[in-house]
Structures are given as structure tokens and as C-alpha cells.
Design a protein around this ligand. Structure first.
Ligand code: SF4
Ligand code: ZN
Length: 733
């Protein structure tokens, strides 16, 4: 390693550790040694210390051990003469990382509002702080399955906001996750992007972690949690952990601007995890640790080449999306918002009528690739105008079935939303579209909506779609005509799917997508029981099998019914045995008490029994407060995850709550005694119609929520007052 860097890294590490020690003593004096510390909404404590040292840091006093460990890592001055070795510098880097993780945890303690606890930045609050477990599930899975090829850590700031935007856009186009940390000359890269009105947060994949350079620990902590949750690396297994991160989590750092000792210390920390550094400045270079290998530090890279250089050095393979439209396209643009005077055209969303429909047709009626815009286009309106819109996609295919129409139709939302500067919300007759001025400046026309749908649906559903054409209507009469037509289709479609029952269906579907991190987990998806992540219902699985016969969704011939109340079938048991490699021999699909279904970790909600109320509560992932089970969602999740069947607990989707077989062995929704208000609001429409079906139309109002209480004792009087049905049902236990 370059002498200059090694020297500076060790110096920087000493300074960081000094600061950590004094911050620690101050915190001890203010809060006392038994005060709790940690990052919000995570089951992984301070993830770097937990992964590398096996230490679950929960109290201030627990930090002492990390500090002593850091001290032992930083070489004494006399041992570094004439200059520190590479290993000494890397150890000092590791010490800096561990120490700064404490600094950030102390920041959460001392300045609780410093970071948002939201997925995205808001106008008031830029810095997000540590990733919570939801972000890990969503984005970590993409890293592991390769749909996100890696992540970039951007440190410092670029000479001007224009350069920052072009670097960020290039990272987005390559589908990389970008973690933004620290400042250079009082300016941060994130603030530069904000000036240029770029959306920041997990949805746009431009994640502003924190304004101090210590925020790099959030990036390394993200990698640490991916190692633990998806790589199943045991905390404390330091060498295995570091090898996993070096080899499986493809990351690089882009350092912008001047370097100081602290930056070199952090750089050494990154290098410890195998993260190469590419800089725009004249810092000393470091050749590969071994040949062939990536250059560790590459300096003086021009801004327009810095992203491609880093991608090359790290050996990341990226696939650019190819859709023939004048705007950038990809999942990174999914979360963008188009607002206020940035809107050029708006359709739907209650301002005008918008409707979307996918219909199958005979082969000869489709002119493959034909895209028609019928009515005014972008060039016929002025900025700020509104138009009605109907998007009609007609498909034909030898393997196409009417049942797949809603599945294709549900793709419109994210496919259109992937366009840069295009916002799409909702579906069917409540769809809502906004086209930004920037998109229009780049030449976006309405036919490009058709180009997107044509290219992506043909590509992603090639096994069921042979021919496809798109019609986009923007005049009042045609939109009204399409609306009537679409509503007639929905009216036939909905009862057909909603009306299916487990009893008169012979084939169920499996989903084993989550086995990569919960090896024995299997979702058994029946018409009346959707997958627990909310992404797959029976129809989705059927289509997915049709599209990819060797994929994660396989048909299960249910075979003889072993227990119709608990939901157990011979064919399902046989499948579970094979798919879990002998770990499971059976579970009951309709019960929470008697050998319930397994849970993987990505359930939308967790239900558990409330013995005192003779009922069941459920909580959704987004609700971060306490529940009457005495546990928050995250604690519950760590109790039941990992592919186990845990009597008394199940993971389920929001949709499943209103399906007829939801915990039917215990009496179904009549047992529900508590759920968060936000969940009630979200599911109310379907839930109320299901409640009417069982003759208790006001059931939702009789279910307690956090405004009533968060303990069984607090909610019981409410349940009695409301004459909640659970109180007079058979005893649960
Ligand atoms: Fe599939 Fe179940 Fe995982 Fe959802 S939770 S992806 S349905 S295995
Ligand atoms: Zn899962």
C-alpha cells in the first residue's frame, strides 16, 4: 500500500477512535450504562459489530467491548516505524469502521430526529440513516438474485450539481444502488442532486445515508446484513463474513473531492471489505493486492468516465434496458414523483377519467407491434393540460388464456413508471398518469407508452404473448366507450377469480422463491390463500408456471384431503417433504395453532394469538409501534422467520386477510381482535365485504387498534363493549 495512504489511514483511525471514546464517555455520563442503543427497525443490532465480532450491542455498556477491540486493532506508533504495513493500515481501517458505527448509534441516541425513518427523503429531511429491515428485504433480495448488480458508495461532492446529476444518472441507468455519504467543502453529493430536483431515497436507488463521512458504516452495514440474512453467515464468523462480502456483494466506492486522514481511514475500511475506490482527485494509487485482481485505489479519473471505470474495475456485469424511447428507462425511476409545475400532462387521478385494459384476441385480429394514438397527443396540448386516457393492450398467443389478462394488465403500472419523468399510479379505471416537462423536452410522445408496453410485455411474457398491439385514446367519447367496455370485463373477471374455492380446485401452486434465504420455506398457494409476501396469488402462480415451467412456482396436485378443516392434503404433504429436503412433512394451511405454515421473512403481516382475548391480532410491516403481543413487527419477524412452522404465529399477506380461508380452522376473521389503524384503512373495502358475507358488517369497527391500546388488558374492555364475536367463541387454546 502506498506509504502516504497507510500513514494517513492509521492517523485518521487514531483520531476517529479518540472522538468515539470521548463521545462514548459523554453518552455514559448523560444516559447511564444500561441505556438501550441501536439502529431502528432491525433485528441485526449494530450490524458490522454483530457480524464481525458476534456482539449484539443493545446497551451503552455493550459498546465498551467494541472500543477495546478497536484499540487492539490500531497499531502503536512505535510498531509502525518506519511506516505502517498494508495489514496494519487495513486493521486501522476496520477499527475506524467499527468505531464510526458506534458514533452513528450514539447520534441516534443523542439526536433522535437527525435521520428520517422513512423510505425516501422529504423536502424537509434529506438524510435517511441506517437501512431498516424492510429495505434489506426489498433491495437485498435484488442484490442476491442479481437484478441489482451491485452498489456504489459515493463520498464527498462533485465540482458542480450538473456533474453530480450525470454521475447519479449513470449509476441509475446501470441499475446500481447508490449510497451517498459525507461532504466535501461543506457540500454533499446528495444536496447537489436535490438542487437538480432528483428524487432521493430507496425507491430511486439514490440513498442519502448521512452528511458525515461516518455514514459509510450504513453502506457497510447494509452489506453485513445481506451477508447475515441472505448468505446465512453466522455472526462472529469474521473471515467467512468478509469473504462473503468481498465475493458476493459487488460494491465500489467513488470518492469525490479532496481527501483527508479520516477519508483515508474509511478508504482502508472499505478496502478491508474488498471495496475498491475510484477517485476524481490526485490521491496515491494502490495496485491490486494480488494479480490478477481489482486495482484497490484508482486516482484522477475524469467525471464522465468515473462510473464506467468503477464498474470495470469491480467486474460488474450490468444490463441496460433497451426500450426504444427518448427517455431513460429502468427500475431506478420507479419511485420518482412528478409534481406541481413540473407536470406537462396529467391523466386520471380524479382529474380526468383514465382506464387501462388488457384483452386477448384471436391471432388474426392483432397487428403485432402496431401502436395507435387516437386523440390529442403531447404536441397538441400545452404544459399543465389534462386529458382523459384509455390504454388498451390487445394480445394473442398460443398459450394465452383469458385468466392471464389481469396479470399482464397489472404490469402496466410498473412498466410505465420505469420511464424517467413519467409517474404512474393505480390500475384499471383508477389509473393515474403524469408526464413531466423534462420528459417532453426529451421528445416523449404518447406513443412511447405503447412502445414501453410492447417491448416489455413481449420480452417478459414471451411464452404467453406472441402478438401485441396498443391503442391509446385521449378523446372523451372513446375513453367513455373504453370505460364501459373495461367495466364489463372487470365484472366478469372478478367473480371468476374471487369465486374459485380450494375445495373445487385440484391443483395448487408452490412458491419456493424465498428458499435462497429460508431454505426449508415453501408457500403453498391456493385459490383462497395467497403467498405471504403479497406478490403471488394462485392465478399469478399459474401464469408464472406457464411462462417459466422450471421456475419457482410448480403445480401441486393436492391429492386426497387429509383434513378439510385444518387444510391438509396428501399431495401437498408429499410436495412439502420433497421441496424442504425432508425438513417438513406437513403443515396446515388454514390454522395458526396446529402446525401452521412456515414463514420466510418477507411476510406483509404477522398474526399471533391473544390468549386473554380469545382472539388473534395481526400487524403489518409498515407499523413500527408496539403491539398487544408485547412485540413489535421486527421482533415478531425474528421469532417466526427462517422457514419454520411456529404454532401460535403465521405470516400472511394483506390480501389474504379478506380471503375466505384466512385462519378458517380457528374461525377466520371473527377472531381478529387487534390490528393497526393504517392496516384497517388499507384493507377496509375488501374486508368489509367479506365481513358482510359472514353477517357482521361492522366487524372492522369492533376490532381494536393502537388508539384503543397496545396490551391485551387495554383492549379487552373495548372488545367487551363492542361485543366482539371472539369473546363468545370456543376457547382458542
Ligand atoms: Fe414466494 Fe412465498 Fe416468498 Fe412470496 S413469500 S416470494 S409467495 S415463497
Ligand atoms: Zn419470503
Amino acid at each position: 500500500m502506498s506509504v502516504i495512504i497507510a500513514d494517513a489511514a492509521v492517523r485518521g483511525a487514531r483520531r476517529i477512535l479518540d472522538n468515539t471514546e470521548s463521545a462514548y464517555s459523554e453518552a455514559l455520563a448523560i444516559w447511564g450504562s444500561s441505556h438501550t442503543v441501536g439502529f431502528p427497525n432491525t433485528a441485526y443490532y449494530l450490524p458490522i459489530a454483530y457480524l464481525l465480532l458476534g456482539l449484539p450491542i443493545e446497551k451503552l455498556s455493550d459498546m465498551r467491548e467494541v472500543i477495546s477491540h478497536c484499540k487492539s486493532l490500531i497499531p502503536k506508533e512505535e510498531d509502525t516505524l518506519p511506516q505502517p504495513t498494508l495489514d496494519q493500515a487495513l486493521d486501522a481501517g476496520l477499527a475506524s469502521v467499527l468505531a464510526q458505527e458506534l458514533i452513528e448509534a450514539l447520534r441516534y441516541l443523542n439526536t433522535p430526529g437527525f435521520y428520517t425513518q422513512t423510505e425516501n427523503s422529504s423536502d424537509e429531511q434529506l438524510w435517511l440513516g441506517a437501512a431498516d429491515d424492510i429495505a434489506i428485504r426489498k433491495r437485498g433480495v435484488e442484490l442476491v438474485d442479481g437484478s441489482t448488480p451491485g452498489f456504489a458508495v459515493v463520498i464527498g461532492s462533485s465540482p458542480d450539481p450538473e456533474t453530480a446529476t450525470s454521475i447519479a444518472s449513470e449509476l441509475q441507468r446501470n441499475n446500481l444502488l447508490t449510497f451517498i455519504c459525507g461532504k466535501n467543502h461543506e457540500t454533499s453529493f446528495a444536496e447537489q442532486l436535490l438542487q437538480k430536483k432528483m428524487s432521493l431515497g430507496w425507491t430511486s436507488r439514490l440513498v442519502p445515508f448521512g452528511p458525515e463521512s461516518s455514514a459509510v458504516v450504513f453502506a457497510l452495514g447494509f452489506a453485513a446484513r445481506v451477508a447475515m440474512s441472505f448468505g446465512k453467515i453466522k455472526p462472529g464468523d469474521q473471515q467467512v463474513a468478509v469473504d462473503y462480502i468481498r465475493n458476493r456483494v459487488l460494491a465500489f466506492a467513488i470518492a469525490l473531492g479532496e481527501a483527508n486522514d479520516e477519508l483515508y481511514a474509511n478508504a482502508a475500511g472499505a478496502l478491508y471489505f474488498g471495496i475498491p475506490i475510484v477517485s476524481d482527485s490526485a490521491i496515491p494509487e494502490i495496485p491490486p493486492a494480488c494479480e490478477p485482481g481489482p486495482r484497490l485505489v484508482t486516482a484522477n479519473v475524469p467525471h464522465d468516465r468515473i462510473v464506467s471505470k468503477a464498474i470495470d474495475i469491480r467486474g460488474i456485469k450490468t444490463s441496460l434496458h433497451t426500450v426504444p424511447i427518448p427517455i431513460a428507462y429502468g427500475p431506478a425511476y420507479e419511485g420518482e414523483r412528478v409534481r406541481g409545475d413540473n407536470i406537462y400532462l396529467e391523466c386520471g387521478g380524479g382529474r380526468t377519467q383514465m382506464v387501462e385494459l388488457c384483452a386477448s384476441k384471436p391471432m388474426e385480429e392483432i397487428d403485432d407491434g402496431k401502436i395507435e394514438v387516437i386523440g390529442p397527443d403531447i404536441s397538441d396540448i400545452v404544459a399543465g393540460d389534462k386529458l382523459p386516457m384509455a390504454i388498451m393492450v390487445e394480445v394473442a398467443g398460443r398459450n394465452m388464456q383469458e385468466d392471464y389478462e389481469p396479470i399482464l394488465e397489472r404490469q402496466f403500472h410498473h412498466l410505465i413508471n420505469y420511464g424517467q419523468g413519467i409517474m404512474h399510479i393505480g390500475q384499471r379505471d383508477i389509473a393515474w398518469l403524469r408526464v413531466s416537462k423534462q420528459a417532453v423536452e426529451k421528445g416523449f410522445k404518447l406513443r412511447h407508452l405503447g412502445d414501453i408496453l410492447y417491448a416489455k410485455l413481449r420480452q417478459d411474457f414471451e411464452r404467453i404473448v406472441d402478438k401485441l398491439q396498443v391503442k391509446i385514446y385521449t378523446n372523451h367519447e372513446d375513453v367513455q366507450r373504453m370505460l364501459t367496455k373495461a367495466r364489463a370485463v372487470y365484472a366478469i373477471r372478478d367473480p371468476r377469480i374471487e369465486g374459485m374455492t380450494d375445495n373445487d380446485t385440484d391443483v395448487f401452486y408452490s412458491c419456493t422463491l424465498c428458499q435462497s434465504f429460508a431454505p426449508s420455506h415453501v408457500c403453498v398457494i391456493t385459490p383462497e390463500r395467497a403467498g405471504l409476501c403479497g406478490s403471488y396469488n394462485w392465478m399469478d402462480c399459474k401464469a408464472s408456471y406457464e411462462i417459466n415451467p422450471n421456475g419457482p412456482n410448480q403445480p401441486i396436485v393436492k391429492g386426497a384431503t387429509l383434513d378439510s378443516v385444518l387444510g391438509q392434503w396428501q399431495g401437498v404433504n408429499q410436495f412439502l417433504h420433497n421441496a424442504s429436503r425432508g425438513k417438513l412433512s406437513a403443515f396446515n394451511s388454514y390454522s395458526i395453532i396446529s402446525t401452521p405454515a412456515t414463514a420466510c421473512g418477507c411476510m406483509e403481516c404477522i398474526a399471533c394469538i391473544m390468549p386473554m382475548c380469545n382472539g388473534i391480532m395481526t400487524v403489518n410491516r409498515e407499523y413500527t409501534g408496539m403491539t398487544p403481543s408485547g412485540m413489535k413487527f421486527t421482533t415478531l419477524a425474528s421469532t417466526i422467520g427462517g422457514g419454520l412452522s411456529t404454532p401460535g404465529f403465521i405470516g400472511h399477506s394483506k390480501y389474504n386477510l379478506s380471503q375466505r380461508r384466512f385462519l378458517s380452522a380457528e374461525g377466520g376473521i371473527k377472531r381478529l381482535v387487534w390490528m393497526p389503524q393504517m392496516l384497517k384503512e388499507e384493507i377496509s373495502e375488501r374486508f368489509n365485504s367479506r365481513a358482510s358475507e359472514i353477517g357482521i358488517p361492522d366487524l372492522l369497527d369492533r376490532i381494536a387498534d393502537e388508539s384503543v391500546g397496545i396490551t391485551e388488558e387495554e383492549i379487552l374492555p373495548f372488545l367487551s363493549l363492542k361485543e366482539h364475536p371472539a369473546l363468545t367463541m370456543d376457547s382458542l387454546m
